[in-house]
Design a protein around this ligand. Sequence first.
Ligand code: ZN
Length: 261
Amino acid sequence: MSRIAVISDIHANLVALHAVMRNIQRRRIDAIVCLGDIVGYGPEPAECIALVRSHCSLSIRGNHEDALLDPSTLSGFNGAARMAIAYQRRVLGPTDLSFLQSLPPSFTIERRVHAVHDSPVPSERAGGYLRSTGDAARAFRGLDEPVCLVGHTHVPRFFSTNIAADGGAVEPSQVSLFAPDTGRDGFGDAFELVEGDRCIVNPGSVGQPRDGDPRASFAVLDLGRGLVEYHRVAYDIDEAARRSHAAGLPVHLAERLAVGA
Ligand code: ZN
């Protein structure tokens, strides 16, 4: 696996996922990996699960998969998120549920890339968001591999440090944080994987971006060239909103798609 497309936080938004898959298929990609939250919020969880099963080599179980499978983990969810989970429990069949059940909490590729939904530090799991250099500094302490993939925040970010895995505690001041600047053509920044450095890559969200840019977001990890590329893909948000309304989901969930929040 040299060029890996990284998708995350699809949230049952099939219109967005189709647009991203079409974009990925036009690129030279060896594998697609998914960082979890295939379900939650949106109207088409079964269709999204089917696409992930057929297209992704690896996938992780996110906190919305946990909430769907185990209602006792719903405590941190707001009303709209709970309603979406309840709707999805009604529309998903046993095969879908057992697929979600089978997903691991993390995976590692070639001992170089660790992938997890929210944070590589176990104590930061279950609700922790990796947003700041302080969050990243704590995450780097729990990370042995040079590259870590995370989702969960729905905000594309690139964190890096030149402190080695065995170099002791990482301070926030020793972490660089970059917000990819993705132009109107959807082709964004590329960040270099500097030899000896470690980085944390958040590809943003396919189905519910929260950085003010409503376009679907994903990343390409190019291990051969030592680069991470960030991409945005415009999709038919009106159609996604129409499907959300038709499923009877809270209006707020469709409205936020249009503003990327
Ligand atoms: Zn999510």
